[in-house]
Design a protein around this ligand. Sequence first.
Ligand SMILES: Cc1cc2nc3c(=O)[nH]c(=O)nc-3n(C[C@H](O)[C@H](O)[C@H](O)COP(=O)(O)OP(=O)(O)OC[C@H]3O[C@@H](n4cnc5c(N)ncnc54)[C@H](O)[C@@H]3O)c2cc1C
Length: 567
Amino acid sequence: MNAPQPLSQDKTQHPGDDPYLAVTHEVFNQPTALENYNLFAQDRALQEAIDREGAGAATGDLKQFGALAGAAETIELGFRANENKPVFNTHDRFGHRIDQVDFHPAYHQLMSIAMENGLHSSPWTNPGTGAHVARAAKYYMHSQVEAAHCCPITMTFAAIPSIRKQPELAAIWENKILANSYDPRNLPDGEKQSVTIGMAMTEKQGGSDVRANTTRAYPIGAEGPGQAYELVGHKWFVSAPMCDAFLVLAQTKSGLSCFLMPRWRPDGSKNPWQVQRLKNKMGNIANASSEAELRGALAWMVGEEGRGVPTIIEMVAMTRFDCMIGSSAGMRQALAQASHHCHHRSAFGNRLSDQPLMQNVLADLALESEAALAYTMRIARSLDSQHLEHERLLARLATPVGKYWICKRVPNHAYESMECIGGSGVMEDCIMPRLLRESPVNAIWEGSGNVQCLDTLRALHKEPDTLDAFFSEAAEARGSDARFDRFLAQLQNDFADISDFEYRARNLVDRLALLMQASLLLRNSDPAVADAFCASRLEHKGGLNYGNLPSGTDPAAIIKRATPVVE
Ligand SMILES: Cc1cc2nc3c(=O)[nH]c(=O)nc-3n(C[C@H](O)[C@H](O)[C@H](O)COP(=O)(O)OP(=O)(O)OC[C@H]3O[C@@H](n4cnc5c(N)ncnc54)[C@H](O)[C@@H]3O)c2cc1C
């Protein structure tokens, strides 16, 4: 038999190639992977926000965390955790009910990073100037790596204000909730030094309208706050069902009340709340979400009987804030991917990021991302200063406005960023499909868009001063841009009559958000960013897609500011 002949005879041109393989082409004009970069050091807008909002002292810590979040190994964890869906097992091999969800080790590693770095705890363990801001910055970076596991991190973080309403329960649980370590074992909380907390409100027939919940709570002995009850009913959505305990809403004879329900009973037996199945989600894959039935599950009442919503709303307010951080992070990561790609890719003879039409798109995406971050970090400062009346009023109104607006801006931003990358952006080995699939989730959970608008309306009715606080804060930019001044005056005028507010709520809330974002950018950002934001968002000229910045704006400056540099 003849020996196989090399397909290419031209060995002088390809001296290093295997002579038995055809040399078909050279790979060029492809970007390097966006990895091994510092998510803090390569994010100018984030660094400026940290200084501005009072967390400058955390810069060193944040820089360290930014390097960890940008390391190739950490980024890889995000991919692994999403390629391997959580698996639910009702029973062990001997037939005992266990309600066990098994995750890929990458998920556990991400959880460890988050908890060891205090993403669930730091503003409670070290409160004060910059505490929420610094924690938000870490969450913003970590969520860019992988967003889904941030759900239990958020819920654990957010549970503290609600649990503190019942001091004897807080005395048992708080130290373990705030421990900076992660213990995923399916054991009674008494045997663990650190725990995670979930929330179970949503039912099939109720959803947003939790007053329609049918799950009932039966007192075991004495009734009232801090007392033990048994819960019977169901929950249609319970994310992170491996949490060690959950804040649950259930009806008593006095109405909807809030309860703390552990996974295990204190006697070491399994608490009879049973996971029925895991949700088959389009995104948020690494995070398990479940349906559950409560079959006499032991739980203790938190807060006043019949005041379940005001009790759990303390937790919900915090989760809504985290939705703003997570959505801002999603836009930042999409923008980083798009701008990095276009910086390293040429078409028709020129670098993509130097071509006018692509510059318009990229700069527009960058404005959206920076405006979201600026708004979120301003609210983080408010959370650090709740003892000040202005900050309390501002956070009350600005949280539903921001949760509505920022979360809603993400899906189209993710899609446009994907398109900047072209066909490779659609492939599963790129992070973009994950960012796109994750993008609607923050808008829908923790109170969907319309519910946020209605909450804005509720805040205006109950505390009209919230609107004054919002406008007075925004008006600090008055006089710096004529377009801003006109927008502010028109919006104030439109709020003079809120008789059909419910019907017009989206329009008014949209404009409140734009007003605050413009004000923050005018006061604090690069003039090119502020100018283009006002030109494209405050004076509507009809174009609805990204890439609608008018002539005269400076896209190159905006893109340069936003593009991460990989050494
Ligand atoms: C991935 C995922 C995980 C989740 N995890 C949890 C969890 O851990 N714990 C938990 O309790 N819940 C969880 N949820 C549930 C989530 O909070 C609810 O889906 C959400 O609150 C909306 O409720 P619903 O799905 O019943 O929709 P509905 O309440 O039926 O709302 C449907 C639509 O109607 C709108 N709407 C409602 N009321 C009004 C009104 N008065 N006027 C105008 N429009 C209105 C809403 O904005 C929404 O757009 C999760 C959801 C998802 C998608």
